[in-house]
Design a binder for this molecule. Structure first.
Ligand SMILES: [Zn+2]
Ligand SMILES: [Zn+2]
Length: 595
C-alpha cells in the first residue's frame, strides 16, 4: 500500500494555516545567498564539534555512560559483548565488564541492564513521518491494528459518536476494506448516527465512506456526476448514492469540512507525539521518503534535536531543487547532515506506480482473473529522463515500484544513468513487492537495493494469494530470501501510515512469512534468518539512508543510537518477536525513551 507515496491529501495547502509552506512555521529557507552563507558557517562549526569528539576519544578516556549486566549485540550476527561505554554521544568501547570498568571516571553514569538486551537502535527507512503524525493527531484511527473485526470497528464508531456533540464531524482514518469486512456503506454509517456527519477515510487513501448527514453537510445532490479530476461517488443497485467516495476531488468535498485546520503548533505537537510513539517501538531513526517538503527542512531540522527519534528525508522528484540550499554541506554517498541537528537528507523519490491492493501496481502479467496489469505513472523514456536528472544533481534515487513492470523500467533508467555506481549513494527500489528472480539478480549487478514493506505479507498475504495474484506469484512477494541467496542487502520498512509502525513485526514476518489474517505461510522459501531480518532494520537500513557510517551498529566512533529490549530476540519464538517490550531507546548518547 502506498497512500503516502501516492496521495498525501492531508498535506494539501487547504488544510494548513497560511498554506503548506508554513506547516512548521515561517522559518522556511530558500536558496538565497544569505541562507547559503548561514549554512556554510554552521557546517564549519559542526565539523569542529566532530573533531573535538574524536580528539576526546584519543585523549581523556573517561566514559559518560557505561552499560553492563546484560547482553550487548554490536550488530546482528556478531558475538555478544558484556559492556559498552559511550562518550560525547558516540561509542567509546565495547568489551568485557572489567575492561570497560577501566573507562569509568567519577562522573560516569552506570546503567545496569539487569539481564536486558542492548542492540543497535532500529531504523525505519521508509516512514511518512509528517503525514502519519497528522493523520494520527487529527483523525480518529479506526484501522485494523486497533480494531481487527467489523464489530470492533462499529463499536469504536459508536463510542466516538457518543463523545461528539451532534452536528459535529466525526472524521476517521485507516479503515481497511480488505481486512475489516469489506466496503462500508451509507446505510451502515446511518446506523451509527444520523445527526453527526461521518467521514471514514480508507487506508488506501483513494476511497472513503460517508453517511447521509455528511452528504447533506457537503451539499452533495443525489444526481451528482463525475467531478473534474476524476472524483466520483458510488451507487447502490437502485441507483441511490451508497456513501462511497472515490478519488481526491470527491474526497476534498468532505475533508475540507471534516479535518481540523493545521497550525504550526499542532504540526509540531503531532510530529513530537508520533516520534515518541515510534521510539516506544524501538526506532531510533526514521526516514521520510518524498513527503517532507523542502520548505520544511530548516524548521524541521531545528526541532529534530528535541524529538524522540533521529529523522531523515528524501525529497520528492518534483522538489529536486529543494536540496540546493544544503549543497554546501556536501551531497554524495553519505547523507547530508544538517548542522546541530538530528536530521539529514539523502536522495530523491519517484513514485513509479500505485498499490497492489488496489491493483494499480504496474505488472508484466495481469492481476488474477482480470486483463488488467495496472499502470505505471511514467513511461520508460520519462523515467530515464527523471533518473538522469537526479544522477546529474549528485544524488541517489528511490523509486516506488509495487509491480514488476515498474521495476523493469526503473532498473533500465538506473543502469543508463548510474551504471553500477554507488558514488551518489545506494539507489533503492521501494517496496519491490513483485520483484522477479531475474530482477533481484539485476539489482545485485547494478548495486541497487530493495526495501520491502514486509507487513504486506503479514496483512495482505492471503488477499494476494486468493484475490490479487494467485498462489505462485504471492509466494514470491517481498522476496527477501532471494536477496540473501543473491548476496544483495535489503531493508524492511513500515511505510507508516500505510501499515502500522513497529520494526519487530517486520522482523517477525520476514522470519516466519506468516499472514496474520488466516495464519497461513506465504512463500516459506523467502523466509530469512533472524540475523538477516535484524540487519534489515539496523545496519542495512542505515546504509540505505546514507548513515551506515554513523549509526546502525555499535562500533567505536559511531553515534550511540541503541535500543534496550526486555527479552532476547534470539530466545523468543519468531511469531512472538513483536511482543518484546522496548525498555529504552538512546539517540546520539541521550536517552530518548524509557528509563
Ligand atoms: Zn510507496
Ligand atoms: Zn511510501
Amino acid at each position: 500500500m502506498c497512500r503516502a507515496c501516492f496521495n498525501p491529501l492531508v498535506l494539501k495547502s487547504d488544510f494548513i494555516e497560511g498554506g503548506s509552506r508554513h506547516l512548521f512555521g515561517r522559518s522556511g529557507v530558500s536558496a538565497t545567498r544569505r541562507s547559503f552563507m548561514a549554512y556554510s558557517v554552521a557546517a564549519a562549526g559542526a565539523a569542529a564539534v566532530v573533531s573535538d569528539a574524536r580528539a576526546a576519544l584519543l585523549g581523556e578516556a573517561g566514559a559518560d555512560v557505561i552499560f553492563k549486566g546484560g547482553k550487548i549485540i554490536p550488530v546482528p550476527g556478531a558475538a555478544a559483548q558484556k559492556a559498552l561505554a559511550i562518550k560525547d554521544g558516540r561509542i567509546l568501547a565495547l568489551g568485557s565488564e572489567s575492561a570497560i570498568d577501566g573507562l569509568k571516571s567519577k562522573s560516569t553514569r552506570v546503567v545496569d541492564l539487569g539481564g536486558r538486551v542492548l542492540m543497535p537502535g532500529f531504523v525505519d527507512p521508509h516512514n511518512h513521518t509528517v503525514l502519519a503524525a497528522l493523520i494520527f493527531e487529527l483523525l480518529n484511527d479506526v484501522g485494523y491494528a486497533k480494531f481487527p473485526t467489523r464489530g470492533k470497528l462499529l463499536n469504536e464508531l459508536r463510542a466516538i459518536v457518543a463523545r461528539t456533540p451532534p452536528g459535529q464531524w466525526v472524521a476517521c482514518s485507516n479503515f481497511d476494506n480488505l481486512l475489516q469486512g469489506g466496503d462500508l456503506s451509507r446505510e451502515e454509517l446511518d446506523g451509527i448516527s444520523t445527526s453527526h456527519p461521518i467521514f471514514v477515510w480508507y487506508t488506501n487513501g483513494h476511497d472513503a465512506c460517508v453517511n447521509s448527514a455528511a452528504l447533506k453537510a457537503a451539499n452533495i445532490p443525489e444526481n451528482i456526476g463525475m467531478l473534474p479530476g476524476g472524483g466520483h461517488f458510488g451507487r447502490d443497485e437502485k441507483g441511490r448514492l451508497n456513501g462511497l467516495v472515490y478519488e481526491e476531488s470527491a474526497l476534498l468535498k468532505f475533508a475540507l469540512l471534516a479535518f481540523p485546520k493545521i497550525t504550526p503548533q499542532l504540526a509540531t505537537k503531532a510530529v513530537g507525539d508520533y516520534l515518541r510513539s515510534v521510539a516506544a517501538l524501538g526506532n531510533t531513526a526514521v526516514h521520510e521518503p518524498g513527503t517532507l517538503r523542502s520548505e520544511w527542512i530548516a524548521p524541521f531540522a531545528k526541532y529534530s534535536g528535541r524529538a524522540a527519534c533521529r529523522t531523515s528525508a528524501s525529497l520528492a522528484y518534483e522538489d529536486l531543487k529543494g536540496i540546493d540550499p544544503y549543497r554546501s554541506l556536501g551531497v554524495g554517498a553519505k547523507a547530508t547532515q544538517l548542522p546541530n541537528s538530528l536530521f539529514s537528507l539523502y536522495g530523491i523519490k519517484i513514485i513509479g506506480d500505485g498499490s497492489n491492493q488496489t491493483e494499480t501496481g504496474a505488472q508484466t502479467s495481469p492481476y488474477l482473473d482480470t486483463d488488467s496489469k495496472g499502470s505505471a505513472n511514467y513511461d520508460a523514456a520519462q523515467m530515464r529522463k527523471m533518473v538522469a536528472e537526479i544522477k546529474a544533481a549528485g544524488l541517489p534515487v528511490l523509486i516506488h515500484c509495487n509491480g514488476d513492470h515498474t521495476i523493469d523500467i526503473s532498473l533500465d533508467a538506473i543502469e543508463a544513468a548510474y551504471g553500477g555506481s554507488t558514488a551518489n549513494g545506494v539507489n533503492r527500489i521501494e517496496h519491490s513487492t513483485m520483484a522477479r528472480p531475474d530482477q533481484i539478480e539485476r539489482m545485485k549487478k547494478l548495486n541497487v537495493q530493495p526495501s520491502f514493506l514486509m507487513n504486506h505479507v503479514r496483512l495482505y498475504g492471503a488477499a494476494y494469494r486468493d484475490l490479487i495474484f494467485g498462489p505462485e506469484r504471492a509466494a514470491f512477494t517481498d522476496p527477501a530470501g532471494a536477496c540473501v541467496k543473491a548476496g544483495l542487502p535489503f531493508s524492511l520498512h513500515t511505510d507508516s501510515p500505510c501499515s502500522p509502525p513497529g520494526p519487530l513485526a517486520l522482523v517477525s514476518t520476514a522470519v516466519t512469512r506468516r499472514c496474520d489474517i488466516d495464519g497461513s505461510t506465504i512463500g516459506p522459501d523467502q523466509a530469512v534468518t533472524l540475523d538477516q531480518a535484524l540487519r534489515a532494520v539496523t545496519i542495512d537500513a542505515a546504509s540505505q539512508i546514507g548513515l551506515g557510517d554513523r549509526i546502525g551498529s555499535l562500533e567505536k566512533g559511531k553515534e550511540a543510537d541503541l535500543v534496550i529490549l526486555e527479552a532476547d530476540p534470539y530466545k523468543t519464538k519468531p511469531e512472538k518477536l513483536s511482543d518484546i517490550k522496548v525498555s529504552e531507546t538512546w539517540v546520539a548518547g541521550e536517552r530518548k525513551y524509557g528509563g
